[in-house]
Design a binder for this molecule. Sequence first.
Ligand SMILES: *[C@@H]1O[C@H](CO)[C@@H](O)[C@H](O)[C@H]1NC(C)=O
Ligand SMILES: *[C@@H]1O[C@H](CO)[C@@H](O)[C@H](O)[C@H]1NC(C)=O
Length: 322
Amino acid sequence: MGKLRPERVEWLASSHTERPRLFQNLLLFLWALLNCALGLSAQGPGEWTLWVSWTRCSSSCGRGVSVRSRRCLRLPGEEPCWGDSHEYRLCQLPDCPPGAVPFRDLQCALYNGRPVLGTQKTYQWVPFYGAPSQCDLNCLAEGHTFYHSFGRVLDGTACSPGAHGVCVAGRCLSAGCDGLLGSGALEDRCGRCGGANDSCLFVQRVFRDAGAFAGYWNVTLIPEGARHIRVAHRSRNHLALMGGDGRYVLNGDWAVSPPGTYEAAGTHVVYTRDPGPEETLRAAGPTSDDLLLQVPPGLQEGQRGADAPRDPSTRGAQVWSG
Ligand SMILES: *[C@@H]1O[C@H](CO)[C@@H](O)[C@H](O)[C@H]1NC(C)=O
Ligand SMILES: *[C@@H]1O[C@H](CO)[C@@H](O)[C@H](O)[C@H]1NC(C)=O
């Protein structure tokens, strides 16, 4: 059955107001009939149902996967729907109790003491990680020099110990920034998942100074919401960094801070200093507060680059995380 398009109906009704209502209705009826006939040989893809809600986590503790699915509704002659019928995401339950048997070990151990290789001999099985396919249940016969592959591991099994990826339907998938396994979605330079690098600006400042001044020079203000902050500095002096509250994070009040990692504006600021006159500051951001970069007077050159929010009034929205 074809669909009546509302705008088409409006047009018929408004342009023929003087015609008898019966005639109008007849026209509509014929038009609908024509649509029905066309509908029988409909082309194009079918339509997805809504997603069914996410399943429970596949594990009972620690990390697992959850899945949701939808169905494709197709009229005769329609093509399959575009897109995936299943989506998988990681789920994280409270950590497993210490000493709990890891998921893959458990799956191998199911074959312990069972005749499995076509003989009556039995073995104790432990995971074997040297085989090519990470998502097969490859188990080593303890005390022997062979392993056996018992097919795929269950969904939600880690691809290897400590790995980010988990096996889903025999494939090792890791989560994109949208949380979906295998989506491949990445954060753009501005921290937006799947973004096009267009919600922030690249700001670069070069500072040169040879003036005499009793206090600290303001090099630049790094605004709240900045990411990928890089500062390089070369002089006899040291860069100073002040938080939005007016307190120094680094090298303030004429005291020298050692190289290292400092907490400031909600991010880690990594400060390095060469034996020579070079020093650098780096922070991933996003920063939760303004940072003021300064240098004590003297001969110096400073440089910094950062991706700063394009429009300060919408900072909050642009500092997107995950
Ligand atoms: C965004 O910028 C990064 C680094 O400059 C680049 O690798 C990536 O392809 C860009 N993404 C888009 C969508 O332009
Ligand atoms: C540097 O900037 C701070 C904050 O904006 C301001 O209070 C201070 O007066 C400035 N110092 C100089 C030397 O311009």
